[in-house]
Design a protein around this ligand. Structure first.
Ligand code: SAM
Length: 256
């Protein structure tokens, strides 16, 4: 099923939780000169227009990035670069955040299955070190693993349109680290009243860090929070979670 379109949700509080942590992690992983591999199972279109009808219709960005003044941090760097090139209403998706913060020696592999999103991604992310794949993200990332360089990060950010996807993400992660033991894996999940994310947590028979934040979306269709799991977390990764909450305190709350 491919009916989900991220344009309706780009820049919302859940996106900020995920994107601030992603940007901090990339900064952490690129402190040494040696290159890294960066992969995404579910890339989306890479760049969003917050003045587009989809975004205006839900108003989610107005409750997220538009309600926030970010201080100096890696996500602000990616945001400012995006705005400088594409205007004030432009917002970077995770692939563009990564491409902005990564270096020539790093390799990006981005999977997107939706035909229109794939075409947009290919246009938005053109660069020598970036490969765009129109294939199933789980199958594609497993097929390319372990990549070179072996140090790296995989972002798993599905739309969870199908209920079984929570268990599928856990299963995929176990297979991935069996093939590529050095991989740092970052998984995003929504927190909904049905609590289906617990199926994901139960399936994660592996060590991980977990971070959850909550927010009140006016029309969030029940989403009350956002969660992240981090497998093979690099040294200092806990600080990324604390920083995300600090930077986005006006819109994100710790659920505990
Ligand atoms: C939540 S969005 C990704 C947002 C993006 N990671 C970001 O933060 O900017 C999920 C994307 O996954 C795509 N998708 C859904 N199923 C897929 C699959 N099996 N393989 C690859 N992409 C898929 C959807 O078309 C959608 O664009």
């Amino acid at each position: 099923m491919l009916s989900y379109q991220h344009s309706y949700h780009a820049g919302n509080p859940a996106d900020l939780h995920k994107h601030i942590v992603l940007a901090e992690l990339l900064a952490l992983l690129t402190r040494k000169a040696r290159g890294i591999s960066y992969m995404e199972t579910h890339a989306g279109r890479g760049r969003y227009d917050l003045s587009a009808p989809e975004s205006v219709q839900t108003g989610e960005a107005a409750e997220g990035i538009e309600a926030l003044t970010l201080p100096d941090c890696p996500l602000l760097h990616a945001l400012e670069t995006t705005r400088r090139h594409f205007g004030e209403a432009a917002y970077p998706g995770s692939p563009l955040i990564a491409q902005t913060l990564l270096r020539a020696q790093d390799q990006l592999h981005l999977m997107e299955l939706h035909p229109a999103e794939f075409r947009a991604l290919r246009q938005n992310l053109r660069a020598k070190n970036t490969a765009i794949h129109k294939r199933d993200g789980y199958e594609g990332v497993l097929a390319l693993s372990p990549p070179k360089p072996r140090k790296g990060l995989v972002l798993v950010d599905p739309s969870y349109e199908v209920k079984t996807e929570y268990a599928q993400v856990a299963d995929f992660t176990l297979k991935l680290v069996a093939k590529w033991p050095e991989a740092t894996v970052m998984i995003w999940y929504p927190i909904l009243p049905a609590g289906r994310h617990e199926e994901l947590i139960e399936g994660m028979r592996i060590k991980y860090l977990r971070d959850e934040v909550s927010f009140d979306l006016k029309d969030g269709k029940g989403m009350t929070g956002s969660g992240l799991l981090l497998v093979n977390a690099p040294f200092g990764a806990e600080k990324c979670f604390i920083k995300a909450l600090d930077l986005a305190r006006p819109i994100l709350k710790n659920p505990l």
